[in-house]
Design a protein around this ligand. Structure first.
Ligand SMILES: NC(=O)c1ccc[n+]([C@@H]2O[C@H](COP(=O)([O-])OP(=O)(O)OC[C@H]3O[C@@H](n4cnc5c(N)ncnc54)[C@H](O)[C@@H]3O)[C@@H](O)[C@H]2O)c1
Length: 437
């Protein structure tokens, strides 16, 4: 059991804090956002993540999990300090490390005893070395710390499960003592199997970028295959299933859709591309994945405009699903943002519904209409677009919807609606890469 401080209580920091306390450690989650800490101390969870609330309650009650805005004393009390702040994209595409270095300043001001300093934020290759150099320069040799890169691979929407049962845990360090301490904090994980892989700091940093870039590449690839399927009369669903049966390919991330979004893939690809340029290494595949994704996002608006007879000018469109994927409240870089912009630019009107994220999207678009359920949102609209694969959209009452809509156009960008039923109900529909029935 270790005393741990986690700096940054966002999607990653909070789930990590909860997970590590569940593993038996004493964890303090700190944040500069006082209202977030107040909410957490009042039993409110600032993000939507299945299973998180129950685990927070359990570990708070067991006095293993704490929330605080007193960053200085939390650091002083802890042996392991984990940096989990945001690393957004800066103007030139590279990762903006401002928050990481602010967090590091808090750490360096409070280094009262030996500590393992861990970066869980996704940071460009070479950042760990810069952190070590900065700390050593400030303290010369009169300071006892070790550094670890421990990137996070959780997915929003299944973050708790991903953290508690990870495919792998990367511990990037050249130091045996730090390695042992990290193994201790993750101890329950390797009682049955051992997901822990040790690496050099730079290698660990690269593993995170390479993994995210590869997954994004896979999505862009299947989206482009789906687009070609539409032109040549092939069905992407059958293609993806057959491809996925090949163990060398795997069936994961082979679902065509409206383009990837979220707080990670877009910025991580740009950051890796920016780093490759800095080192004069050409990475055509990364550029292609980014460009294909931009094209895919544009393509959704164009598809809708083609589907609706006479185009979408003056038409009312219901958008179901606002988040970049199901089971999260995160709308960052969601393809829906591009679609809403497109509809408004074309002179159309938007009715929006998301089971969780109306409020988050209202911070971006406050001039569209938000509804509390599907059936109010689709009332008297000309077209319906599914943008997120929320479970509740998989079993819509199409008969009721047809009666309530003014017109009969449906664009299913997640391929979750039953095409036979859509046809039988008399909808004019489109999706991504399927042979229409
Ligand atoms: N969200 C994901 O699915 C995911 C998955 C894997 C890795 N990551 C990476 O993890 C990192 C964090 O991502 P996130 O989505 O959790 O970010 P987030 O924006 O949800 O949370 C970051 C938190 O850090 C806090 N913060 C910023 N500066 C601080 C400081 N100096 N001291 C204390 N708190 C501070 C902010 O107030 C915020 O609450 C990023 O590098 C991201 O790329 C994210």
């Amino acid at each position: 059991m270790k005393n741990i401080t986690i700096i940054g209580t966002g999607y990653v920091g909070l789930v990590t804090g909860v997970g590590l306390s569940e593993f038996g450690n004493k964890v303090i989650c700190v944040d500069i956002n006082q209202s977030k800490i107040n909410d957490l101390n009042a039993g409110k969870v600032p993000i939507y993540e299945p299973g998180l609330l129950d685990l927070i309650r359990k570990n708070v009650n067991s006095e293993r999990l704490f929330f605080s805005s007193d960053i200085a004393s939390s650091i002083k009390e802890s042996e392991v300090i984990i940096i989990a702040v945001g690393t957004p994209q800066s103007k030139n595409g590279s990762a903006d490390l401002k928050y990481v270095f602010d967090a590091l300043d808090s750490i360096s001001e409070n280094l009262n005893s030996y500590k393992v300093i861990v970066t869980k934020s996704t940071v460009p290759i070479g950042t760990g070395e810069k952190i070590i150099t900065k700390l050593k320069k400030k303290y010369e040799d009169n300071i006892d710390f070790d550094y670890v890169s421990n990137p996070e691979f959780l997915r929003e929407g299944s973050a708790v499960k991903d953290f508690l049962w990870p495919d792998r845990v990367i511990i990037g360090t050249n130091n045996e003592k730090a390695l042992q301490i990290m193994r201790d904090i993750y101890r329950p994980l390797y009682i049955n199997k051992n997901p822990i892989q040790r690496a050099a700091v730079e290698t660990s940093e690269m593993i995170k970028y390479a993994s995210n870039s590869f997954l994004a590449l896979k999505i862009s690839f299947i989206n482009e295959i789906a687009n070609l399927c539409e032109s040549v009369g092939a069905d992407v669903h059958d293609v993806a299933i057959a491809m996925g049966k090949d163990g060398r390919i795997s069936d994961k991330f082979l679902h065509p859709g409206p383009g990837f979004g979220g707080s990670c893939f877009p910025k991580d690809l740009e950051a890796l591309l920016s780093l490759s340029k800095e080192h004069s290494v050409t990475m055509e595949t990364l550029q292609a994945a980014i460009k294909a994704n931009r094209n895919q996002k544009e393509r959704i608006g164009e598809k809708l405009d083609r589907l609706v007879s006479g185009g979408i000018k003056g038409k009312k469109i219901a958008i179901l699903g606002l988040t970049f994927k199901a089971n999260t409240d995160d709308v960052r870089e969601s393809s829906t943002i591009d679609l809403i912009k497109f509809i408004l630019n074309q002179g159309g009107f938007v009715n929006a519904y998301d089971p969780i994220a109306n409020e988050s999207m209202a911070k971006i678009f406050n001039d569209i209409h938000y509804f509390d359920n599907v059936y109010d949102a689709i009332c008297e609209v000309d077209a319906l677009v599914i943008m997120t694969e929320w479970n509740e959209f998989r079993a819509l009452d199409l008969n009721r919807i047809k009666k309530s809509m003014r017109n009969n156009y449906v664009l299913d960008t997640r391929n979750i609606l039953n095409m036979k039923e859509l046809s039988e109900q008399g909808f004019v529909y489109d999706n991504i890469g399927r042979i229409k029935i």
